[in-house]
Design a protein around this ligand. Structure first.
Ligand code: NAG
Ligand code: NAG
Ligand code: NAG
Length: 233
């Protein structure tokens, strides 16, 4: 993960939130879609089992045409950072009246923002704002994307659309609707974004979740597999 750019986020009109904070944007490096790595002569190369076996300029151990694995350079996709806002501080409560900060730029810890604490200001981690995607779009106030700029796509409820596409590269990847964090490993032009629903809980590819005393893993096709321990009842 590396720092990409700073995303400005403007103020919110939410009861609990006095303002949203600019936070550091991050990016993820994902494998190219297996469909795009098909090679006629070696359909099933297996040159690696994990990223640790790969060199730095081709650093990801990626599935190739769904049967082998090969070290490949990943594709960098942007991750929209979490948006945090200050919790409402009741001005009538007794608190510390010291001014530890006057703006977010005074806060040196990553992700901390300058929030009121009843009668002063202090750096705190804030609380995540939901739905984040809508808040980010509203903060742009209709600003057209710059060339090459990624603007998140939201669903009707203001969460991130399951598939996020980069307007200028045409590449898409799957994300968690609540955080925008990429899930699964592949980017492609037409991603199938699946999830594993189990007992009313939605899990995403790469997630592990409990099933009685067993642990299940969600795969990119939406299926999951569980350990098969006898749970003794
Ligand atoms: C990685 O870097 C090495 C040395 O700089 C070079 O020989 C090799 O071809 C590079 N591999 C790729 C996949 O770019
Ligand atoms: C949003 O854009 C409108 C129209 O350009 C402008 O009047 C308004 O002040 C802007 N609001 C913010 C919060 O930037
Ligand atoms: C989970 O997958 C189902 C079936 O594809 C889809 O209808 C649903 O919207 C997904 N839910 C979430 C939260 O991603």
């Amino acid at each position: 993960m590396r720092v990409l750019h700073v995303l400005p986020v403007a103020s919110l009109a939410l009861l609990l939130c006095l303002w949203a904070s600019p936070t550091i944007a991050t990016s993820y490096v994902l494998c190219p879609s297996a469909d795009e790595t098909i090679t006629e002569e070696s359909p099933c190369p297996t040159e690696c089992y994990s990223d640790t076996q790969c060199e730095s300029n081709a650093s990801l151990c990626c599935p190739t045409s769904n049967c082998g694995r090969q070290c490949l350079a990943g594709v960098t996709v942007p991750h929209t950072p979490p948006v945090v806002a200050c919790l409402y501080a009741d001005p009538d409560t007794v608190g510390t009246c010291a001014e530890f900060c006057s703006s977010d730029s005074d806060c040196v810890v990553d992700g901390e923002i300058c929030c009121p604490n009843s009668c002063g200001h202090t750096c705190t981690s804030g609380t995540p704002v939901t739905p984040i995607c809508r808040v980010i779009l509203e903060s742009r106030n209709g600003t057209q994307p710059r060339i090459g700029e990624y603007v998140p796509q939201c669903d009707g409820e203001g969460r991130f659309a399951e598939a996020q596409c980069h307007g200028s590269t045409g590449y898409c990847w799957c994300v968690r609707p609540d955080t925008g964090e990429p899930v699964g490993t592949a980017i492609s032009r037409q991603p199938q974004c699946n999830n594993c629903s189990h007992n009313g809980q939605v899990n995403y590819p790469g997630d592990t979740f409990p099933n009685d005393c067993n642990t299940c893993t969600c795969f990119e096709d939406g299926s999951f597999a569980c350990t098969e321990i006898g749970c003794g009842h």
